[in-house]
Write a protein that binds this ligand. Structure first.
Ligand SMILES: O=C(O)[C@H](O)COP(=O)(O)O
Length: 212
């Protein structure tokens, strides 16, 4: 049985371009982000992939990326479920700050810890562990059963809500997840066994990694 799961981080957003902490702020894609999303759709089509179902967040940068990919694939009629469990990590008091300015103010190591560690939350926001608690619960209850039933599923979401799922899919621990970054618009293709473990995965490549 084909148990395929594709994860895609949205294309470049207006606040990715401006290097601002975004979190739950609902910013749109840039023209480059639109192109990255279309490009991801073309790559998926070239790879011979088709989907039976799609999941995305309630934030426009993710669901618009999904729409653009599906348009490129000729799959606009696909069933799409939007849920805020897949939204980006809440960046709390950092939202709207420039990432380099924050590093100058709070120190590079502190900001890196807020952005990439598993357990440390930014002030007033969510740690990756907090994000994982909601995103992984949603995955186990809503996405995984579809994949295990043989549906080919695509998920369009965010750097950190996807890192939370990837922590389990790629078997990372709190130390190794620190180094795992996602490029915008790069489809990650996972094949799962009947026990829900990943048997094989590859990265079709894409846009920019988050700036450090
Ligand atoms: O919310 C944000 O600012 C970005 O989407 C992801 O930020 P990060 O690169 O700090 O994970």
């Amino acid at each position: 049985m084909d148990r395929t799961l594709v994860l895609v981080r949205h294309g470049q957003s207006e606040w990715n371009l401006r290097n601002l902490f975004t979190g739950w702020r609902d910013v749109n894609l840039t023209p480059k982000g639109v192109e990255e999303a279309r490009d991801a759709g073309r790559k998926l089509k070239e790879a011979g992939l088709e989907f039976d179902m799609a999941f995305t967040s309630t934030l426009i940068r993710a669901y618009r990326t999904l729409d653009l990919m599906l348009e490129e694939m000729g799959q606009q009629d696909l069933t799409v479920i939007r849920d805020r469990a897949l939204n980006e990590r809440d960046y709390g008091e950092l939202v709207g700050l420039n990432k380099d300015d924050a590093a100058a103010k709070f120190g590079i190591n502190q900001v890196h810890t807020w952005r990439r560690s598993y357990a440390v939350a930014p002030p007033g926001g969510e740690s990756l562990r907090d994000t994982l608690a909601r995103a992984l619960t949603y995955y186990v209850q809503n996405i995984l059963p579809q994949v295990l039933s043989g549906k080919r599923v695509i998920v369009s979401a965010h750097g950190n809500s996807l890192r939370a799922l990837i922590m389990v899919l790629e078997n990372h621990d709190p130390d190794t997840i620190v180094e795992r970054q996602l490029q915008t618009g790069a489809p990650l293709v996972y094949h799962l066994g009947a026990d829900a473990r990943v048997t094989e995965w590859h990265d079709l490549g894409g846009g920019d990694p988050s700036p450090h």
